[in-house]
Design a binder for this molecule. Sequence first.
Ligand code: NDP
Length: 340
Amino acid sequence: MDTPSHLVIIGSGPAAWTAAIYASRALLSPTILAGEQSGGQLMFTTDVENYPGFELGIKGPDLMAVMRKQAERFGTKVIEKDAVKIERERELFKIFYGQAQENFAKSIIIATGAVANTLKLPGEDRLMGRGVGTCAVCDAPFYKEKDTVFVIGGGDSAMEEAIALAKFAHHVVILVRSDTIRASGIMKERIKRIQNIEIWYKSQTKEFKGNQKLESVVIDRDGKVDKFPADGVFYAIGHTPATEFLKNSGIDIDDKGYIKTYIDYGYGSLPQRAHDSRLTTHGSQQSAFFPTMTNIPGIFAAGDCVDPRYRQAVVAAGGGCMAALDAEKWIQEQVSRLAG
Ligand code: NDP
C-alpha cells in the first residue's frame, strides 16, 4: 500500500480549493481529486462580482484558476480524476478514482458541489452565460433597467430569483409548468406584493433564440406556442448534488442527494444518525464536536453538496475552510489517541 495521505479532498470548486489551501498550510499535504472537468459551476459563469476581494469582478474560471494556484503553492497535490467510490479499510479510507486507481487517506473532505438542473433546450448551450443562467441571485444587477426577464420554476428558489431580479429589471415573468406553484405561503405572499412580477401558469419553455446573446424565448402557454422577447431567462428547477458516487458508502444523504452534516440549513434535514450525540466517541475518549463531519467519523463535507440554501461561492469557500479546520483537529485527535 502507498503511504496514505493525511487528507484527500474530493472536488474542485471554491469549497474544495479553500479546504486545500487551509489543509496544505496546516502541513497536511492534501491530495485533491479535482475531477476530469476541474473547477465546478464557476467554470460556466462569466463575471463574478460578489466574491469579496475583486473590486472590479473576476471571471468564474479565473477565480478557480487562482484558487488552484494558491493551493498548489502550499503543496497540494492535484489529480484530475473523478472519485468513483469510497470504502473503509481498517483505520483508513480507500478512495477509488479514474480507471481502477486508488488512494488511502486518514480523512476525507467531500466538496463535489451541485449542478443546477436545466431542460437542455435548443439554444441553451450556446446562450448559457449570455442571457440564459442558473443563478439570478448572482446575476440580477446585470439586468438593471432591462425590459423582461423570465424565471423557470415554481418553487421557493424561483420566487427568490424573481424577487432578486424585480429590483433591477422592469418586468419579471415566472413560468410555472402546472396550474399551481409549490413555493411556501410566505414566498407566494411576497411575490403578490411586487408589482413588476407576473406568474404565467401552464407555461413550458421550448427554445432560446439569439446569436451572440439571448433575444427571445419560445413558450408554450396553455397550448399556444409563441416567441417572446427576453433579456434573460433563469432556471430555478432545482439542483442535483454530485453525490451519486457515494451510494453504498454509508454516508448519510438526504432524499434530494445532499450530504448531511451537523450544519442546519433550516429545511428540517439534520442528520438522524445512529450515533447522534453531537459528540463522536472513540473508545472511552470523547472527541470535540465537528460541525462539518458526516455520520462517518473522519469524513467531512462542505460546499453546495451539503447546502440546499445559499449556494454561493463565498459560502462554499467558508464551508471548505471549516471542513479543513475540523479535519485537521480530527486527525490530530486520532494521532494523539493512537500515541496515547
Ligand atoms: P423545488 O424542488 O422546491 O422546486 C422545483 C420547481 O421546479 C417546481 O416548481 C417544479 O415544478 C419545477 N420544475 C421541475 N422540473 C421542471 C421542468 N422540467 N419544467 C418546468 N418546471 C420544472 O426546488 P427549489 O430549488 O425551488 O427548492 C429546493 C429546496 O430549497 C426546497 O425545499 C425549498 O423550499 C428550499 N428553498 C427555500 C428558500 C427559502 O425558504 N427562502 C429559498 C430557496 C429554496 P412542479 O411544482 O410542477 O414539480
